[in-house]
Design a binder for this molecule. Structure first.
Ligand code: NCD
Ligand code: ZN
Length: 353
């Protein structure tokens, strides 16, 4: 069974400043092992990727160490508005955080938000972390300034329903859902404690059912929100939110295909065609993923290539094994081994700029 190289538009690679959790070489190895050949990396690093200087340094490190193709997000920060526009050319998109989460990036006043929408070039995508009523703000901004917005990791019934209504009215809103919001719910806290804590928090069974009921229309992309933190950090007095997802996204979604919860065609739309279209990403010629569609495997912490080395899905049985991944004609993952060397991936920007 052959699938195109998958695209993850929501990954945290922790460079700069969080390399003990993940770096470009480990994170992109995990991506390839999960059938993902292109990722967009989030800017909530330390320092954040919110100035041209941090962006330039991060791009240099990326070029030396990525094993698959990586685009960077510029992070919106009220302190650095004067240089925001300078980052557009070398990044894939802008990320605006309207809600609290890991890291310091946050826009919490309307004038700054308006500035971001006016400064960022109209042809470049804007992605927003916008939960609950913030999502209404994000959709209003899209309507007022007549430009597309992409809402990240949608997790609640009320939110997916609001997006469905916005789309019905012709507004330029797209969204992604993370596998953990489709395959875990609030009750998993009892078993996993802080290991099941992330932003947005896990939903109720009703939220999860609502996301699934919109999988064929309202949901545009599956995005991992791969957010590594070490076990030590997660078990500390002040655990950071976030879990990894690069290696488990395709096996979980393929299992859903085998259970007739979505079609194979829809999976490819959600994990390749739609991300590519929404973010105007370049073609990766001769790039594909070979899977053994009926082989059952068990997800294990010991197989996690992310530096943090654990997953909340440890012990879960899935159907579909990733056998080989080919990127631009080269074998980059085969039979459990990552072959691509650090530095062999390409830094990408959106096609249009
Ligand atoms: C993310 C992280 O750790 O960077 N955490 C999370 O719980 N999702 C930040 C984010 O995407 O909100
Ligand atoms: Zn995230």
């Amino acid at each position: 069974m052959i699938l195109p190289g998958l695209i993850d538009v929501h990954t945290h690679l922790r460079v700069p400043g969080g390399e003990h959790k993940e770096d470009f070489a480990t994170g992109t190895a995990a991506a390839l092992a999960g059938g993902i050949t292109m990722i967009l990396a989030m800017p909530n690093t330390s320092p954040p990727i919110a100035t041209p200087a941090v962006l330039a340094d991060t791009l240099t490190i990326a070029q030396q160490s990525i094993r698959c193709d990586v685009g960077l997000y510029a992070g919106a920060s009220g302190e650095h508005l004067s240089t925001l526009g300078e980052m557009a050319r070398q990044t894939a998109a802008l990320k605006i955080y309207l809600n609290d989460t890991f890291g310091t990036l946050r826009i919490d006043d309307v004038p700054t938000l308006i500035d971001c929408f006016k400064i960022w070039p109209k042809e470049k995508p804007i992605a927003l972390h916008a939960e609950k009523q913030s999502m209404a703000v994000a959709i209003a901004m899209s309507a007022v300034y007549d430009r597309p917005v992409h809402i990240v990791h949608v997790s609640r019934k009320e939110e997916i329903e609001l997006i469905a209504d916005a789309k019905m009215r012709g507004l330029k809103v797209t969204c992604e859902v993370a596998p953990h919001h489709l395959f875990l719910n609030q009750s998993d806290f009892e078993r996993l404690g802080p290991l099941a804590d992330m932003r947005p928090v896990l939903g109720t069974p009703e939220d999860v059912a609502s996301l699934w009921s919109h999988i064929n229309d309202t949901v545009d992309c599956i995005a991992t929100d791969h957010a590594p933190h070490t076990l030590e950090e997660k078990r500390s007095a002040n655990p950071p939110p976030g879990i990894v997802g690069l290696q488990t996204s395709l096996p979980l979604m393929w299992t859903a295909v085998t259970e007739n919860r979505l079609s194979q065609k829809r999976l490819v739309e959600l994990m390749h065609h739609n991300p590519k279209k929404i973010f105007d990403l370049p073609e990766q010629p001769d790039t594909f993923v070979e899977i053994e569609p009926e082989v059952k495997t068990t997800i294990r912490n010991s197989d996690i290539l992310s530096r943090c080395g654990w997953t909340p899905f440890d012990g879960r049985e899935v159907v579909g094994k990733i056998k080989r991944v080919i990127l631009r004609g080269e074998e980059v993952f085969a039979h459990g081994q990552v072959i691509a060397e650090p530095g062999s991936g390409r830094v990408i920007t959106a096609n249009s700029v």
